[in-house]
Write a protein that binds this ligand. Structure first.
Ligand code: NAI
Ligand code: MG
Length: 490
């Protein structure tokens, strides 16, 4: 873990315009929107509100950079070098970037600095190494021919990201796209545009040519919608809510764009009676409360063997009651603010629902403080599968504890959701662990750990939790087209 000093309390806000073709320009309409500090509810800055016209300009710039620019023709190794350089520049500016992320998002500075930033840097370096290692194969076919494949960049990638890990989501999407030789139009979340705009400037300083990365801040239905519908865009990569993905799929139908989605979850986290209980408690606590509970893979359905359930809840609530909620910039803060008023209201609504549907609130259950979007870490015991807090993605610091008696029944209940993003099991029984890993319908399974991420490990969802994978070699597939070339040898 990096040694960190106290944060830059007021990071510089250097970029609030659209970044198109290497230049900072206001929205064509002249409109701006406010980005808010969720810890104080105060306005941080006015940001350009991009719309159709700005998206069109950005797509044209990305198109030109792809079709004519140096990017796709340069030595792949040089593309990789620029990506390494971008990672270096981000590393040099890590303190300030972490502070910017914390300011715009409400997450603890310390977490942004020691988790988000290192993962961002690692992801870009991992994919930089791939730039010169993307190649096809020669294939023996019937007859006197030479057949080989080429892996070519898919073209202009439209990328739409959410607010929970703004820089990391940008890195997950830029990494494979740049390595493959694509060009990019990104729309960051309206709640958190600032760090992505800063990253675009650093990319430019790293030597990445104009038009290769364009960033258009704005709202979903307008800027996002225009990007999805644009004929000059070859592919959309989206992270966010499944309902938004459904809209995007409909909107992309006319142009039959390639689509990859990384969506939400209601991930089962299973605690077996033979588990190392302290480790299981600590891991389940992180697995749900990390990032204010705003994680797509949050372990929000915790299935505990009835024989150890009371012990589990007792140990867990000891942690949640001691959790330090407050000023994101304070070095001892463990939980910051929820992203905005809408999410705050949604989470409080689910907490009320949990209470009224008959679950037992054993920790938290209220707002924290009276300014900013802070919520107490909340644990519900005696949750039934049919309750809304056991079915819907809450995306906040709310854990549901469910009890099980029988293995087969538990596996069935774990799978009884339209989501399939992640799952975890805590046990010393190797056979059970493997049986669970095989049978649970989820893109990621953790055994005796939670939230272990690595740029080399593919991540994505089964069922309505997504399509395609990000990260790892697998993540390149979304950004490459396979071309088959056959030459007659007679
Ligand atoms: P969202 O899916 O509406 O927003 C994510 C991104 O999509 C943002 O950049 C937004 O501007 C854009 N967008 C919205 N509507 C669009 C459209 N019609 N066309 C193109 N782009 C569009 O998610 P939101 O409203 O921020 O959060 C709502 C819920 O979604 C959360 O409570 C949570 O349950 C889930 N969520 C899941 C995330 C994940 O990582 N899987 C991340 C964020 C939210
Ligand atoms: Mg904000």
């Amino acid at each position: 873990m990096a040694t960190i000093t106290s944060p830059v309390r007021s990071p510089r806000i250097q970029h609030t315009d659209c970044f198109i073709d290497g230049a900072w320009i206001p929205a064509a309409s002249g409109k701006t929107f406010e980005t808010i500090n969720p810890a104080t509810e105060e306005v941080i800055a006015e940001v350009a509100e991009g719309d159709q016209e700005d998206i069109d300009r950005a797509v044209k710039a990305a198109r030109k950079a792809f079709d004519k620019g140096p990017w796709t023709r340069m030595d792949a190794r040089d593309r990789g070098r620029m990506m390494y350089r971008l990672a270096d520049l981000i590393e040099e500016e890590a303190d300030e970037l972490a502070a910017l992320e914390s300011l715009d998002n409400g997450k603890p500075y310390k977490e942004a600095r020691t988790a988000d930033l290192p993962l961002v840097i690692d992801c870009l370096r991992y994919y930089a190494g791939f730039a010169d290692k993307i190649h096809g194969s020669t294939i023996p076919i019937r007859g006197n021919y030479l057949t080989y494949t080429r892996k070519e960049p898919v073209g202009v990638a439209g990328q739409i990201i959410p607010w929970n890990f703004p820089m990391l989501m940008a890195a997950w999407k830029w990494g494979p796209a740049l390595a493959a030789g694509c060009t990019i139009v990104m729309k960051p979340a309206e709640q958190t545009p600032l760090s992505c705009l800063r990253m675009a400037q650093l990319a430019s300083e790293a030597g990445i040519p104009n038009g290769v990365i364009n960033v258009v801040p704005g709202f979903g239905p307008t800027a996002g919608g225009a990007l999805v519908a644009h004929r000059g865009v070859d592919k959309i990569a989206f992270t966010g809510e499944h309902r938004t993905a459904q809209l995007i799929m409909r909107n992309a139908a006319d142009s039959l764009k390639r689509l990859t989605f990384e969506l939400g979850g209601k991930s089962p986290n299973v605690i077996m009676a033979d588990a190392d209980l302290d480790k299981a408690v600590a891991g389940s606590y992180i697995g749900l409360f990390l990032n204010q509970g705003q994680c797509c893979c949050a372990g929000s359905r915790v299935f505990v063997d009835r024989r150890i359930k009371d012990q589990f809840v007792e140990k867990l609530t000891k942690l949640t009651r001691a959790r330090k909620v407050g000023d994101p910039m304070a070095m001892d803060t463990e939980q910051g603010a929820q992203i905005d008023k809408a999410q705050f209201d949604k989470i409080m609504h689910y907490i009320e629902k949990g209470k009224s549907e008959g679950a037992t609130c054993v920790s938290g259950g209220e707002r924290a403080g009276d300014k900013g979007f802070f919520i107490q870490p909340t644990v519900f015991d005696n949750v039934q599968d049919s309750m809304s807090i056991a079915q819907d993605e809450i995306f906040g610091p709310v854990m549901s504890v469910l009890t099980f008696d029988d293995w087969e029944e538990m596996v069935e209940r774990a799978n009884n959701t339209f989501y399939g993003l992640a799952a975890a099991i805590w046990t010393k029984d190797l056979s059970r662990a493997h049986d669970f890993a095989r049978r649970v319908r989820a893109g990621t399974v953790w055994v005796n750990c939670y939230d272990v991420f690595d740029a080399a490990a593919p991540f994505g969802g089964f069922k309505m939790s997504g399509q395609g994978r990000e990260m790892g070699e697998e993540g390149l597939k979304a950004y490459t087209e396979v071309k088959t070339v056959t030459i007659s040898l007679s």
